[in-house]
Design a protein around this ligand. Structure first.
Ligand code: BTN
Length: 324
């Protein structure tokens, strides 16, 4: 975590009270002048921070709009997010990222939108993407592995987003195979990985990430009201979208580096540790109309979920949805 993230974390701990400059300087191990400079930088980025000479600092409001300059300031990465496109409204950031990838955009290029008019979900579903309330983001990936390994990237993305959410918000999200993030059984984030291929070779993948960040209960349409939740609902406070995007990109970069260095095994171990699917009884709809029932016992080396049936047979579930 870098200093601005830590400073925001300290100020967000209790927004009803002031935190003294002395306490901040002690906790960040920087001088009072450095604290003051960082506070001013946050103000330039749109944070309204009240200062009282006797009591210290208090966040009054956060910037509401996504802006490239704010994100660039918060980012602590080498490649992810070096190019960021922020759109006010778009059909789907997946389409925009694909267009950029076709034009040669590098791994780590990011497209974000305040709203999507036809956000896409897995299995042909729609993705509800209301204005200003969530993170609707697509990232260009350029994997060197063959096509058969792309399910691993889906799981890798789930790990990165889950770690970012836990680190930044304290909300204990868990991963439901393959890549839904749940909190108290309700979905808070969905991931859609789409690949462009040529002769069994992956030209690029687009990792689409949709996180319900600051939706209120009444923002959900009837059909989603019992299925979905937001980080704001779960944490009981507004979440800074920009800081969370920066955290997701940092985690993506780190988990991708781990994958490039050591392969899928350590990523699978992280996934299993964050998963709410492991060791649970599941009913898997494989997408080809067949249903497999049994206990989820782990991931195989390709990223498929291994389900052990009552008869002791181990079946790999490659795609589709599961019920817990
Ligand atoms: C799912 O069905 O769970 C996957 C949802 C993925 C939604 C994200 S939002 C950003 C990107 N753009 C889209 O149209 N979809 C993905």
């Amino acid at each position: 975590m870098n200093n601005h993230e830590r400073l925001l974390g300290i100020l967000e701990e209790d927004t009803s009270d002031y935190v003294s400059g002395e306490e901040i300087s002690r906790r960040l191990s920087v001088s009072r002048t450095a604290v003051w400079k960082q506070i001013n930088k946050l103000r330039e980025l749109g944070y309204n921070i009240e200062a009282s000479s006797r009591r210290g600092y208090r966040i009054v409001s956060r910037p509401d709009r996504l802006e490239v300059s704010k994100l660039a300031y918060m980012l602590n990465t080498q490649s992810f997010g070096q190019r960021i496109v922020v759109l006010d409204s778009t059909v789907s950031t997946q389409q925009d990222a694909m267009r950029l990838a076709e034009e040669g955009a590098q791994q780590g290029t990011v497209v974000l939108a305040e709203e999507q008019t036809a956000g896409r979900g897995r299995l042909g579903r729609k993705w509800f993407s209301p204005r200003g309330k969530g993170i609707w983001m697509s990232i260009v990936l350029r994997p060197s592995q063959p096509l058969a390994f792309t399910p691993q990237l889906t799981l890798l993305t789930g790990v990165a987003v889950c770690r970012a959410i836990r680190r930044l918000t304290g909300v204990e999200a868990g991963i439901k195979w393959p890549n839904d993030l749940l909190v108290h059984g309700r979905k808070v984030c969905g991931i859609l990985l789409e690949s462009a291929t040529e002769d069994q070779r992956v030209r690029y993948c687009i990792a689409g990430i949709g996180i319900d960040v600051n939706l209120n209960t009444e923002d959900y349409p009837e059909e989603l009201s019992r299925l979905g939740t937001s980080l704001k609902i779960e944490a009981g406070r507004e979440i800074d979208r920009t800081a969370l995007i920066a955290a997701v990109l940092e985690e993506m970069e780190q988990v991708c580096a781990l994958y490039a260095d050591q392969g899928f095994k350590p990523v699978a171990m992280l996934w299993e540790a964050l998963s709410v699917t492991m060791n649970r009884f599941v009913r898997a709809h494989t997408g080809q109309g067949s249903v497999v029932e049994g206990t989820a016992v782990g991931l195989d080396p390709s990223g498929a979920l291994v389900v052990e049936t009552k008869q002791g047979e181990r079946i790999q579930v490659v795609s589709g949805d599961i019920q817990l």
